[in-house]
Design a protein around this ligand. Structure first.
Ligand code: NAP
Length: 311
């Protein structure tokens, strides 16, 4: 029986592992398929405090992991297939092993929805991005496109006007989904333009993106649009499939936590993007991972000697 199993190896999971390790809880971290999580998609992370010259997302992941292991975390590079979190003893299964723990910390993150068009995957980090805060700076004086019509698209599009010469929003309908206040700001912004009723059919370029093939969904007209950067904000999907029916999710699929990272199930905590639809930053994920580990320590101490499964 383990004290704590952490599912996920992004900044939230690994920060939880650092703190849980230092509390002598011997955490087991099950990494998931995408080791390091979404942060590893970022070429150059310039806004994480303590790295004045920036750091690559992958290097940051390696540093987090090294620090967690130094304090006794055990890494398992595997994928959780199923969980049973309802009992006092939590069960976590991979394809080949079954683990038991007093506490489970869910840090499975979220996945930016992709367009699913040719060229998109090829140009990630070479013009295609899912994070304006991370990558906007690299498009100073350049032409960028934002795909989407929700709050994220307009919020991030407005942020990108600080750098880009022009930000063109490409939306598949002729009405935005975003809140009225954001619409008003975006529609009157001198650096912003809109292309309506249009979808991206292909991302094209050489070593980096040079243009998009667009299709007007009403007329069927196809055109090429020259651009340096493509920011896709068509929503995020929290990685909660494993936990459906076990912990309470909100209407958009995110895990509901209280302000101390507890879910509605005793002994199950959640941190990082899997419970955060708003900030979605490495630093906020790390902070909630720290909170989840401290709460784990308290939970175990409080339940010791009260019929709680003995060590
Ligand atoms: P969202 O509200 O679901 O909007 C997604 C947008 O992408 C929609 O305009 C949608 O078009 C479009 N879209 C979806 N799939 C597409 C596809 N395959 N191709 C092209 N376009 C596609 O997602 P979000 O903007 O990320 O927001 C998520 C949540 O976070 C929302 O609750 C939002 O209010 C919140 N949020 C709030 C703020 C804020 O308050 N400042 C900032 C960011 C996010 P349709 O409109 O046609 O469906």
């Amino acid at each position: 029986m383990r004290d704590v199993i952490i599912i996920g190896s992004g900044p939230a999971g690994l920060t939880a592992a650092i703190y849980a390790g230092r509390a002598n809880l011997r955490p087991l971290v099950i990494s998931g398929l995408e080791q390091g999580g979404q942060v590893t998609l970022t070429n150059d992370l310039e806004n994480f405090p303590g790295f004045p010259d920036g750091v690559s997302g992958f290097e940051m992941y390696q540093l987090f992991e090294k620090q967690a292991v130094r304090f006794g975390a055990e890494m398992l590079y595997d994928v959780v297939q199923s969980v049973d979190l309802t009992g006092e003893v939590k069960i976590v299964k991979t394809a080949t092993e079954t683990f038991e723990a007093r506490v489970v910390i869910i840090a499975t993150g979220s996945t930016p929805k992709r367009l699913g068009v040719p060229g998109e995957d090829k140009y990630i980090g070479k013009g295609v991005s899912y994070c304006a805060t991370c990558d906007g700076f690299f498009f100073s004086g350049k032409q960028v496109v934002v795909v989407g019509g929700g709050n994220s698209a307009l919020d991030e599009g407005l942020f990108l006007t600080r750098f880009a010469e022009k930000v063109t929003i490409i939306h598949r309908r002729d009405r935005l989904r975003a809140d009225a206040i954001l619409q008003e700001r975006a529609l009157k912004h001198e650096k912003m333009a809109f292309i309506w009723d249009t979808v991206v059919e292909e991302v094209m370029g050489g070593t980096a993106v040079t243009h998009l093939r667009l299709k007007n969904v009403k007329t069927g007209a196809v055109s090429n649009f020259p651009v340096n950067g493509v920011f896709v904000f068509i929503g995020h999907k929290p990685n909660t499939e494993l936990f459906t029916g076990q912990v309470r999710l909100d209407e958009t699929g995110y895990i509901e936590t209280d302000h101390r990272t507890h879910t509605n199930v005793p002994g199950v905590l959640a941190c990082g993007d899997v419970q955060d639809a708003i900030y979605r930053q490495a630093i906020t994920a790390a902070a909630s991972g720290c909170a989840a580990a401290i709460e784990t320590e308290k939970y175990i101490a409080e339940n010791e000697g009260r019929g709680y499964p003995s060590r």
